[in-house]
Write a protein that binds this ligand. Sequence first.
Ligand SMILES: Nc1ncnc2c1ncn2[C@@H]1O[C@H](COP(=O)(O)OP(=O)(O)O)[C@@H](O)[C@H]1O
Ligand SMILES: [Mg+2]
Length: 241
Amino acid sequence: MTETTSLSTPLLSVEDLSASYDESLILRGISMEVPRDSVVALLGRNGVGKTTLLRSIMGLLPQAQGSINFDGAAIENLRADQRVRLGMGYVPQGRDIFPNLTVEENLKVSLSISGAAGAERLDQVYELFPVLKDMLARKGGVLSGGQQQQLAIGRALLTNPRLLILDEPTEGIQPSIIDQIEDAIHTLKHEGDLSIILVEQYLDFAKAASDTFYILERGAVVQSGASESLSTGLIEQYLTV
Ligand SMILES: Nc1ncnc2c1ncn2[C@@H]1O[C@H](COP(=O)(O)OP(=O)(O)O)[C@@H](O)[C@H]1O
Ligand SMILES: [Mg+2]
């Protein structure tokens, strides 16, 4: 059977993905889809495998098995940097920036990957996170946690992604900056030609920002559907501590 890429093909589809750390199996046969121009919330308590799933999707986990299609092409055998070049932008959990490089240098590292297409996004990054423009000459490591998170998201955007993967972007960040990050996600969502996978503990925001959701438990998908159907019952069963 030949498959042609059409607009109805999901941007990303994961089928029967399993992954382990050392001897222990962490992901058990996960299947999920990210439609085009949509936001998918990936939910579940601590330790259920959300970060492991994102790392597997990005090709950062050697012991992963299963199929991953991006824009109609099989990518499970590609390296992480090749996936980035295809249009997958990843903002890992925590503050993944270069602390000893300036804000400007941090951003330039991404531009070296994407070239002109990414450069066109630079203005957008400054619009979303104006503080970065004021701090171009500062070392990344002296920014506040929230500013570092904004820098990390900015860097991912400058690779000109069609899929942006955000792992707990508001974790441990002061409320005023959480608002800015949430606004940025809303803006990106409405801009088109970009899908987002969002791991987020703030369920009200995750529900409002996403179109569909997946809930993980012990490395498997236990619930999924339209985000508007994410009920208090499901939240109590799978998400409250
Ligand atoms: N580098 C690692 N080595 C071994 N086990 C790990 C590693 N990272 C995570 N784990 C384990 O994998 C499971 C899933 O972790 P993780 O994907 O980080 O969950 P989540 O992001 O949902 O909190 C946990 O049991 C965790 O202890
Ligand atoms: Mg995690």
